[in-house]
Structure formats: C-alpha cells, structure tokens
Design a protein around this ligand. Structure first.
Ligand SMILES: [Zn+2]
Length: 194
C-alpha cells in the first residue's frame, strides 16, 4: 500500500471503479479517465505490487485467468472482433505508474488502427539479421537460470491427502514393471535404425 500510488488510492473506494471482473487478489476495471478503445481495461493487483515481474506464480495464474475472462467479455459482450494485450514493464517499457497493470484493448474492424499489432511501435531492424546476432543473443539469454516456478508455498491439503493414500499392492507394481519391460523390449526389436 502506497499513499502516493494512484491505483492504491482508487482502490480505497472500489465503488468508483467500473469493475468488469474480480478475483481474490485482482480487479479488472475499465480504464478511466483516458480509455483508448471501447472496453479498454486494466487488470490490477489489489495489493501494491510495483511490477508484474514481482507477481508470484500463483498471482500470474490468477491474473491470466482474469484476463481470459475479460477477453471473453470483450468479444461476447461488446462484439470485439479481436483483442490486444499489453504489459508495460518499468519506465523504459512504458509503465506509467508504480503499480503493476496489464492492459486489454478490444479491437474492432471499423477502428482506424484495426489490424495494426501492438508490436508495430518497433521498426524492423536490418542490423539484427546476422547469424552472429542470433547466436550471441541466444547464448546471452540462455545463460540465465530462471527459478521462478520454484515458489515456496504451503502444500494444498488435497495433495497431502493423496500422499497418505496407501501404496498399491506390491503385486500390481511388479506386474506393471514386467508389462512395461516387455513393451520396451518389443519396441526395441521393432525399431530398425538402418
Ligand atoms: Zn499501488
């Protein structure tokens, strides 16, 4: 919670928001005061989180699920013929507020910008057409080890219940093993490499 944050201030009085979807931790509301399209919506965490990069894996899933719901409300409810989604991350990425948001723009065939992808703000770069560029960039990006999904969280009660279920009888296990062994033997002999 930040007193200076416009989104946190807005959410102190949710009744003034034009809410079009809500989950436990996120709102979806119609952009105000400067909608750029009919149904232009923001998906926003209720808690003050500065960047989408700070969402936990479960917050990502929740945000994407809400986004999916609003996409359907735009196409089914407004008759949008398409949808564009944007995440502007950090100042250089065009983030206008210190509170994470995901933008959804319903697209309509009669709009002047119909058919223009949001990525069109980027011009094609002839200087990035070299084999060297691709090799170096793949190397640099793949040198990063991402551990994002290894979020520490409480195990779901159902998953614990499952663990406590009795092991299948030993006979069944050995039968399965025999069966899969014979299957792999069959596969082994049936494959002709030459
Ligand atoms: Zn905030």
């Amino acid at each position: 919670m930040s007193n200076q944050c416009p989104f946190c201030q807005l959410m102190q009085q949710p009744e003034q928001l034009n809410i079009i979807g809500e989950t436990e931790n996120f709102y979806a509301w119609l952009e105000y005061p400067q909608p750029r399209a009919k149904g232009h919506a923001n998906i926003v965490p209720k808690e003050h989180i500065e960047s989408v990069m700070d969402f936990t894996p479960s917050q990502w899933k929740e945000a994407m699920t809400l986004l999916r719901e609003v996409m359907e409300k735009a196409t089914e409810g407004l008759g949008a013929e398409g949808v564009s989604v944007a995440m502007n991350v950090e100042e250089a990425g065009g983030q206008m507020l210190p509170h994470a948001y995901i933008q959804l723009f319903p697209r309509f065939g009669e709009d002047d910008n119909a058919g223009t992808p949001v990525g069109a703000i980027f011009q094609h770069r002839d200087d990035l057409q070299t084999q060297e560029y691709f090799e170096e960039t793949v190397k640099e990006m793949n040198s990063v080890t991402v551990n994002f999904e290894q979020e520490v969280k409480e195990p779901h009660p159902d998953s614990q219940k499952f663990k406590e279920d009795p092991e299948p009888p030993e006979d069944d296990v050995s039968e399965d093993e025999e069966e899969s062994e014979s299957r792999s033997k069959k596969r082994g002999t049936s494959i002709q490499w030459k």
